[in-house]
Design a protein around this ligand. Structure first.
Ligand code: ZN
Length: 126
C-alpha cells in the first residue's frame, strides 16, 4: 500500500478505535510585574482514549491515536495546530474528542488530498 492509500484509510477511520479524549484547561493570570499570561492545555484522558493498540492485528492503519501521533512526528504539532478546528464555545473544563475531517477527494483518483483534525466538545463542565 502506498502513502495515498494510508491517507484514505485514515480519513475514513472509525471502526473499533475509541480515539482520543482530552480535558481542556484554560487559565489566565496577572503577575506582579504587570504581565498577563494565558495557558491552554489538552490533557489526555487515558481511560477514555485509545492506547494505540486497538487494531494491532491490522497494522495500525485505522487507529486515530496512531495517526495523530505519527502526524505529530512527521509534520510537527505547530502545523497540525494551525489547521485544527476548534469549537467556538470551548471553555475551561470541557471534555473534548479529537476527530478527523477528511478534505476533498481528487476527482480522477478518488483519493483524499488532505484532511485536518477537529476538536469536538464531548461534555461541558457541570
Ligand atoms: Zn486506536
Amino acid at each position: 500500500m502506498g502513502l495515498l492509500d494510508d491517507l484514505i484509510i485514515r480519513a475514513e477511520c472509525s471502526g473499533t478505535c475509541k480515539g482520543l479524549t482530552f480535558r481542556y484547561k484554560k487559565s489566565v493570570w496577572y503577575d506582579d510585574d504587570g504581565n498577563f499570561h494565558l495557558k491552554e492545555s489538552f490533557r489526555k484522558l487515558k481511560r477514555e482514549s485509545c492506547d494505540g493498540f486497538c487494531d494491532e492485528n491490522t497494522d495500525n492503519r485505522q487507529c486515530i491515536a496512531n495517526a495523530f501521533e505519527e502526524d505529530i512526528r512527521m509534520v510537527g504539532i505547530d502545523e497540525i495546530w494551525g489547521s485544527m478546528e476548534f469549537p467556538y464555545d470551548l471553555e475551561d473544563g470541557c471534555k473534548v474528542k479529537l476527530n478527523i475531517n477528511p478534505g476533498q477527494r481528487d476527482y480522477w483518483t478518488g483519493y483524499y488530498e488532505d484532511w485536518n483534525y477537529v476538536i469536538n466538545i464531548a461534555d461541558k463542565p457541570k
